[in-house]
Structure formats: C-alpha cells, structure tokens
Design a protein around this ligand. Sequence first.
Ligand code: UGA
Length: 433
Amino acid sequence: MKIAVAGTGYVGLVTAVILANTGHHVTCVDIDENKIKRLQAGDCVIYEPDLGELMADNMERLTFSTDAYLAYQAADVIFVAVGTPEKADGSANLKFVYNVIDEILAAVDKDCVIALKSTVPVGTNDKLQLYIDKNNQKDIHVELASNPEFLSQGTAVHDMLHASRIVIGAESDFAKNIMVKVYETMDLPILTTNRSSAEMIKYASNDFLALKISYINEIANLCEILGADIEDVAQGMGMDPRIGGKFLKAGIGYGGSCFPKDTKALHWLSNYHDNEIKTVKAAVEVNSNQKIKLIKKARKYYDSFDGLKVAVLGLAFKPETDDLREAPSLDNISILVEDGANIYAWDPVAAENFKRFFPDELTYCQTIEEALENADICFIFTEWKQVIELDPKKFLAMKKPIVLDGRNCYDLNTMKQHELVYDSIGRKSIVNL
Ligand code: UGA
C-alpha cells in the first residue's frame, strides 16, 4: 500500500518506520526543511531507542519530503500525526490538523482514507469529516478514520511492534477495511469502533493512567505521615489483577507531552458540555503539587539554597527520552535558580535541550561524579539507569550528602548503611549524618 504520514514527530516518525518495516511504501511529510534533509541523510532526528536502526533497515521503503502535494496525491492512506498543542484554556488547538486536511484535499485525486493519529477532542473526527465533505470539490471519496496511538516515548518502537491493541474508529466498511489492511501483517489485536469511541478510548486511557499516578502519589504522601512504605503498598495493590502493578510508581508526578495536555483537554471538554469530570481535575491538581514536593522537603534541611552547590541528576520528564515537555525538573530548577542556587546538572541526553531554557544559569556536567563533588544537596528528578545503578558511596563525595530522590531509585536498607540523609517519596526518611 502507498502510505503518507503528515508530521515527523515521535508518533509520525515511529508510525512511518514501523509501517515501512511491514512492507508498505511510506512518504513522510514535514514543513521543517532541515528536519527532512537530515532524515533523507538517514539521521533519525529524535532520540528514541531502536528507531535509528529500524529506519536504516527500511530506507528503501521510506521517502522524506517537504512536498505534501506529491506525497498525498498517490497515497491510499494518509496518516495525520501533527501536534494538537494545548490552548490557554486547556482545549486542543487544531490548526495544524486543519492545515493538513486542506493540503490533502488540494492534492488527492483518488479515493483515500485519512487516518487521524493526533489526539483530538471527542467529536473532532466527525466535524473534520463534515469539513472534508464541504470542501472536497472532486468526484472522489475521502474518508476520515480515527486511529489513536498508544506508544510511549522511550519505548515507542517496542510499544508499536507489540501494541496491546490497534484501535480503528471508522464509520464505513470502506474506511474500516482499508485500515485493517494497513495493519494486517502485524498480527495485533484490532478493535474497530465508531470514530467518537476511538477518540474517547485515547483520552480515557491516558487520563486513567494519569489518575492512577496521582492516586498513588497521594497514597505515598499519606504513607510518609503514617509510617507505611509506598513501594510495599504499591506492590501489594498491584498483585490484585483488577488493579495491576503498572503505573503505580510514586514519584514527583507525571510530565511529558501527553498526560498533562490530555487531562486538561478532557476536563475542558467535560466542562464545555456542562458535565465536569471531577476525578481528572483532581489528578491535575495533585500532580501540580507533587511536582514541587522535593523542594518542599528540601526546606527541612536548608531555609534557602542561596550560594549552595546543588547537584541535579536527571532533567528529562522520564528516562530514555530527551523530551522536557512538562518535566518536573523545569519547575524545580526555576525555584532553585530564583533562590540563588549554584546548580550542577547531569542528564545523559536531555541537557542540550535544557540549555534552551537555562543557557547560563546552570553548570552542565558530563558525569554524575562531577555534579556530586562537594555538593550541599542532591535532587534526583529522573530515574535514569545510570542513577539507579550508581554506587550510593558516590554520594559521600558531597560536602553534605543530603539526597532528595523524586523517583525512589534506591533501596532503603542499602541507603541506611551510609552516612547520609536520604529522603524519597512515600517512604521513611533516613537521617544518618
Ligand atoms: C503516554 C502513554 O503512556 C502512552 O500510552 C500514550 O500513547 C502517550 O502518553 C501519548 O498520548 O502519546 P508518555 O507520555 O510517552 O506516554 O510516557 P509514560 O511512560 O506514560 O509516562 C508519563 C509520565 O508519567 C512520566 O513523567 C513518568 O515519569 C510518569 N509516571 C509513569 C509515573 O510517575 N509513575 C508511573 O508509575 C508511570
């Protein structure tokens, strides 16, 4: 099949590479000329494990172009994977989606399906179909199908190759059959629904996961007060198959480009329809407090960070990504900078991106050791493998080994054996100095 993909962000590029890997010919379109040039040269512009290798293996079926007209004209299916950024009121901004639809209508001259991967408010696909029907001047059938994406950054290739489900929201057999054909060689469970249900599955899934995280974080905060241990509590809860152990990791809250945006968007949509979804609102509120929980804890040890050497381990919103969108590190570092801290930060891939927000205010370290040396306090914002595997003795190189761990990277019994302060989330603090 001939496939085009609009947008070469995380979702678009991964979709394109995986579909090329199943044997389809895929043309990726982006307005960013520089990005397209790099992709043409085989440079996999985003940091995503295994994507570069898979892209290299499938280059003969992949084309990268800024020429939307040519790409869309010949395609049987056009995937739309452009951004739907959040507007000031929390609703989704659809201008990029509309732009692509206009380009598609100008280019196509045969029947085709537009598969919308971008996360859009429930009802948008139907509205877009009306827009298409009104503006399609040609004697061809152009139909929209909703095909939400469930991959996570950092494990995107694995998630798409082994997807728990492919959801296809279609209103006719024409669109449904073409979409099923796109995925038929991947041997994955396919659920077909109407378009609105497919859109809702995406929001309801992301928001449920965000809710689960906020719930466990609130339980963690209570564990700290009551002397329970959140790691044990989460394990015990997760053993119940009705609850499940995933997304019960307490910490300093969720970030990224999806949960923060999708929770606010669903809340906005529910309010718009005068049917407020209160659980999601609560998850958002809990998360914004949770993000700065470590700083609040750190005030137990220092009234002010002015002039202190502050070590920061991890900047990305989660490991295995260079993405900083809504990363708790941004909130925390803004406070530390404001307070006059001398921040020495380490992150294996996100430091370059962080320099765009804080070019001169931080010292960016090549090694964890450099960040820790002589530091007055250390904050862990991301559970990178290198942090988890760090020998706790390395913290003893700090002037005052006070370690504030926002991701519960270490075992309490191990940390007890060292002369340090170790304060994590939902567990007893160790004060051994
Ligand atoms: C999320 C969903 O997991 C994907 O299924 C979805 O396709 C994607 O959004 C999207 O809508 O495009 P992603 O944002 O890449 O994926 O990252 P997650 O792995 O879900 O993590 C999100 C945040 O939750 C991270 O900040 C992570 O640290 C935090 N988290 C996750 C926790 O605090 N605790 C957990 O137990 C799990």
